[in-house]
Design a protein around this ligand. Structure first.
Ligand SMILES: Nc1ncnc2c1ncn2[C@@H]1O[C@H](COP(=O)(O)OP(=O)(O)OP(=O)(O)O)[C@@H](O)[C@H]1O
Ligand SMILES: O=c1ccn([C@@H]2O[C@H](COP(=O)(O)O)[C@@H](O)[C@H]2O)c(=O)[nH]1
Length: 238
């Protein structure tokens, strides 16, 4: 299967990338560009859910390594993902498309609470659903959330839009000799402990036979390119 066959997808959008050229925070121009990418992908007729990370604001494990309580830090990380999802929701709606942020952590004054059937209805109605607040539980990541929501929504694939152009034999930021894969199995990704996603996410994807497509979000139109089968990406599983 090529990446062109997917009709229902979950995009895992890097939180870190939302900072643009800044070390941290939310860069509005980058939010607007990612929103335009998502709207263009939706215009291909693809049913689209998005899980956004929080690495531009706070990662629980990092905060804990500096002395914070891990469970509190993880809650803060989940709140960071809500901020990112709200920024994207607003940017998508300003482009004239319909979007709905749904948080796994209840905050009714802020956005809808995640509920599986309601989310499926929003998708069926053509809305881009922004799954915020991670799984709602500490000790997980938004990569795992993306695979979980993909399984719940009956998605064909998870598109991991990040700051590297695929999966390598080692972290390419640390090892310049790392070799890039065009394709590999989920078993191989797990056995080789490839750090582009956590093991929980890869294992859940293997259990539910959900392929993960890893590609760089740096180029405008990246999501649409991957969905059209043109973009540079690594296909894991599938
Ligand atoms: N084998 C590997 N192949 C590719 N990238 C890898 C590998 N091992 C580690 N990485 C790192 O994984 C990172 C992408 O995963 P990560 O989940 O940290 O990013 P993200 O999606 O931008 O995160 P967040 O959403 O939390 O901001 C890359 O920046 C890359 O440096
Ligand atoms: O289910 C989840 C998802 C996320 N978290 C916390 O949020 C941050 C940000 O998510 P990233 O995937 O790292 O971008 C994460 O580091 C956790 O602290 C969580 O607790 N549970």
């Amino acid at each position: 299967m090529t990446t062109a066959g997917y009709r229902r997808i979950i995009v895992k959008l890097s939180g870190e990338a939302l900072a643009g050229d800044m070390p941290h925070g939310i860069d509005q121009a980058t939010v607007d560009r990612f929103a335009a990418d998502l709207v263009a992908a939706r215009a291909l007729g693809v049913t689209l859910g998005v899980v956004v990370g929080g690495g531009n604001l706070l990662r629980g494990a990092t905060a804990a390594s500096h002395g914070a309580d891990r469970t509190v830090a993880d809650v803060m990380g989940m709140l960071a993902t809500v901020m990112n999802a709200l920024a994207l929701e607003s940017a998508i709606e300003r482009l004239g498309a319909s979007a709905r942020a749904m948080s796994a952590v209840e905050m009714p004054q802020v956005c809808e609470t995640y509920e599986r059937r309601a989310a499926r209805r929003h998708l069926a109605d053509g809305r881009i659903v922004l799954f915020a607040g991670g799984t709602g539980n500490p000790f997980f990541t938004t990569d795992t959330t993306a695979v979980l929501r993909a399984a719940e929504m009956g998605a064909d694939a998870v598109l991991k839009a990040t700051n590297v152009d695929g999966v390598y034999s080692a972290d390419p930021k640390r090892d310049p000799s790392a070799r890039r894969y065009d394709r590999l199995s989920l078993d191989e990704a797990i056995e080789r402990r490839l750090g582009v996603m956590d093991l929980t996410a890869f294992s859940l994807a293997r259990d539910h036979r959900i392929p993960i497509i890893v590609f760089s979000i740096r180029e405008p139109g990246a999501v649409e390119s991957v969905l059209s089968g043109r973009g540079r990406a690594t296909i894991v599983g599938g």
